[in-house]
Design a protein. Sequence first.
Length: 277
Amino acid sequence: MVELNEARLHELTVILYALSVLFYFIDFIHNNRKANRTAFWLLAFVWVLQTLFLTFRLIETGRFPVLTLLEGLYFYVWVLVTLSLIINRLLRVDFIVFFTNVLGFFIMSIHTFAPDQHGSQVIAGQLVSELLMIHITMAILSYGAFSLSSAFSLLYLLQHNLLKKKRWGKRLLRIEDLSKLDHMSYVLNVIGVPMLLLSLLLGVLWAYIKLEQFIWYDAKVLGSFSVLLAYSFYLYRRVVNGLQGKSISLLNVAAFLILLINFFLFGSLSRFHLWIS
């Protein structure tokens, strides 16, 4: 029971870490100080939990917990989190903070869900199944964000067409103004991209733990990373190149078509990516 409760706390730490990475990404893309503060305090709570785990491990073993591979990984993540908190407060280097925490999240997930971490094979198997559940849930949530984003882009294109042709009427009044539609599609993609990134990291981890042979060139794997690249390119064009309006809406719709192809076609062609645990 004690081991199971400890495993649950580790899972909670991973979830809080994922939320922190999400808010750091929003701040990194949108320069949102409120998102930065939220991410900082979530990460600070992760640091507190990690520090407690390290302290309990030190008391339990009577030595500094770095002698095994998993202990070393955990301490390494603790160092990354500590440095991230210091950088966030003193240097304000958002790029470094975000990518440091993506790395930290992945290593923390390895530590949490690795079968060798748990003495009980039952608990280890349960955690691996829950890892798959978290992976799928985050992927579906990101797909939901992308779907809503594409809906806003389609409404933008419809509204743009009605205004261009000067077709005034009730339909035009029922659709939001162009700037709001454009902004909402962008915000949803800012939420969806880091969620999909973290989902893919967890999916790769699950595959290496569960499968005898993980195939990188599997259709579903390539398709999922293609979706991530498509939406990352959307954000690059929007944030770096300042592309807005009809052009970025068309690009968003094109990215959603890649998502649909991946979901319906590549999923059926995959050798292992089925809806089973």
